[in-house]
Design a binder for this molecule. Structure first.
Ligand SMILES: [Zn+2]
Length: 61
């Protein structure tokens, strides 16, 4: 029985690995090319979206 339990644990940890990385601030950022916009100062910003958790951030070019 212990062998079965030990065999299932790695699978569970792999499923939570992505969210764990995001929670630690290690997001998988991808540039969203279709959503450039201007800030209040007139600078062009690029939108980044995390492919794992879906949050977004902006970065000035
Ligand atoms: Zn993320």
């Amino acid at each position: 029985m212990t062998n079965v339990i030990a065999f299932k644990k790695p699978k569970r940890s792999q499923q939570h690995k992505g969210k764990f990385l995001c929670q630690q601030g290690h997001h998988r950022w991808k540039v969203d090319q279709q959503q450039h916009f201007h800030s209040k100062q007139g600078k062009l910003l690029t939108l980044y979206r995390c492919q794992r958790c879906g949050i977004t951030k902006t970065k000035a070019l």
